[in-house]
Design a protein. Structure first.
Length: 297
């Protein structure tokens, strides 16, 4: 049983989502964000998400009130003495993650497990920035964390069985299901998801079919809950691009080479749901098909 506080580092989409489910699950939850303007909006954004959940009958008002009391937004990265697990949820930059883990290793109590929400970067390389590699692990949540049941636990060669056990305890306490994967580029889910997503993008680029029809084919023909292009929009096309580049560099430069359409969309700011436009137009949580088919010149 996990006892103690949970610290989330990074107030982006994933950091907010992870903090939200930790607080609603009864943990004292600290969400640290370095950028002051972003930090100032975090509580309002998270509490607004709880309000929407209560309106849909997914969360009681009492539970939302209790969660609000559990959530803290500190102005400085000062881990509490009872910190059980720290989860880093910043952008997919190895240099940035190593810098944060170096700081967490310096500041966090000796018993604290240091976890990364990375979807593709090496846990071994991240752990190398610390003096406690046995206590470093990947705990990879999926977007949106409140709705997605899967959590990928990524163990490096030095991750101890005790650290894995504590990670599994946290996942279970959050009501999620864990799978275990070794520290390999892209792990299991990103490697498979990106491979399918990139091929779908190439098909749009070549004019094989519209994004909507490609997604419908996978949803109705193969039983996927969501098609690969809508999923890419939800994840963020900039995130998809960075993962693809990492996989191309570490696994196969042909299979995982990002198609031109992806690079072009990211360059012009069509990043998916968070930008309001990607392979779909987004109106809040609603994806609207873009009528014009993108065809390769």
């Amino acid at each position: 049983m996990i006892e103690g506080s949970i610290l989330i580092v990074g107030g982006g989409t994933m950091g907010r989502g992870i903090a939200s489910i930790c607080a609603t699950s009864g943990f004292r939850t600290l969400l640290f964000e370095a950028e002051e303007d972003v930090r100032g909006r975090l509580r309002k954004e998270i509490e607004s998400s709880w309000q929407r959940a209560t309106e849909r009958g997914k969360l009681s008002r009492d539970a939302a009130s209790r969660a609000a009391a559990q959530l803290e937004i500190p102005e400085a990265l000062v881990p509490p003495p009872d910190l059980a697990i720290a989860i880093e949820a910043v952008p997919e930059s190895l240099e940035l993650k190593r810098r944060i883990f170096r700081e967490l290793d310096r500041l966090a109590p000796a018993q604290t497990v240091l976890a990364s929400n990375t979807s593709s970067l090496s846990i071994t390389a991240i752990a190398g920035a610390t003096n406690r590699p046995a206590q470093v692990i990947g705990i990879h949540f999926f977007n949106p964390p409140a709705a997605m049941m899967l959590v990928e636990i990524v163990c490096g060669p030095e991750t101890s069985p005790q650290t894995e056990a504590r990670a599994r305890e946290l996942v279970a306490a959050l009501g999620k299901t864990a799978i275990r994967v070794a520290d390999s580029p892209g792990f299991a889910t990103s490697r498979l998801g990106v491979a399918l997503g990139l091929e779908a993008m190439r098909m749009v680029e070549e004019g094989v079919a519209s994004a909507e029809d490609i997604d419908r084919a996978m949803e109705l023909g193969y039983g996927h809950r969501m098609g690969p292009l809508k999923t890419s929009d939800l994840v963020g096309l900039d995130v998809r691009l960075s993962i693809a580049e990492a996989l191309a560099s570490n696994l196969d430069g042909v299979r995982f080479a990002p198609p031109s359409i992806l690079r072009e969309m990211v360059a012009r700011g069509d990043l998916g749901k968070k930008a309001g436009r990607g392979f779909y137009h987004w109106d809040g949580d609603q994806a609207v098909a873009i009528a014009a088919r993108r065809e390769k010149p």
